[in-house]
Design a protein around this ligand. Structure first.
Ligand code: ATP
Ligand code: MG
Length: 134
């Protein structure tokens, strides 16, 4: 069993999609281990996305991620990291496969509704970021 992190981003909480995303996640056989709603401040959002420091989109990304509440969701499933990346779809909703969260709900390449950890090491670090006890 693997663990990974999903974040329901501010564009989605703003549209009351939290319940719909959790329903889809559970339908896809992920088990919810932890759930935490929080409004990231800019410093914390920048720290979370530190890997993107220096990229042209990072300031706008920090503004967006601190613009409203997010929901951090700790998930477990076999092959969870890869399965969740497939479940959320490509970064750009216009390129995401049919039936993925980003295809069905993403607004644009920035406001793409969800985050998913991109590897086993990242998942471990990101889970620790939001859920110390996991
Ligand atoms: P995430 O890390 O949120 O799961 P990702 O791994 O698919 O997304 P990253 O390259 O890590 O994509 O980018 C992190 C986030 O930064 C994206 O989800 C999106 O919100 C924003 N972003 C990425 N590329 C762009 C871009 N070219 N223009 C605007 N925003 C972008
Ligand atoms: Mg990423």
């Amino acid at each position: 069993m693997e663990k990974t992190l999903l974040i329901i981003k501010p564009d989605a909480t703003d549209r009351h999609l939290t319940g719909e995303f959790l329903r889809r996640v559970e339908s896809a056989r992920f088990v919810i281990l932890g759930l935490r709603m929080l409004h990231l401040d800019a410093v914390t959002a920048r720290r979370f996305y530190a890997v993107h420091e220096g990229k042209p989109f990072v300031d706008a990304l920090v503004d967006y991620m601190s613009s409203g509440p997010s929901v951090a969701v700790a998930l477990e499933r076999e092959n969870a990291v890869k399965a969740l990346r497939e479940f959320v779809g490509a970064t750009d909703p216009a390129k995401a496969a049919c039936g993925t969260i980003r295809h069905d709900f993403g607004l644009d390449i920035q406001r793409n509704s969800v985050h998913a950890s991109d590897g086993l090491d990242t998942a471990r670090d990101e889970l620790r970021f939001f859920f110390e006890k996991l």
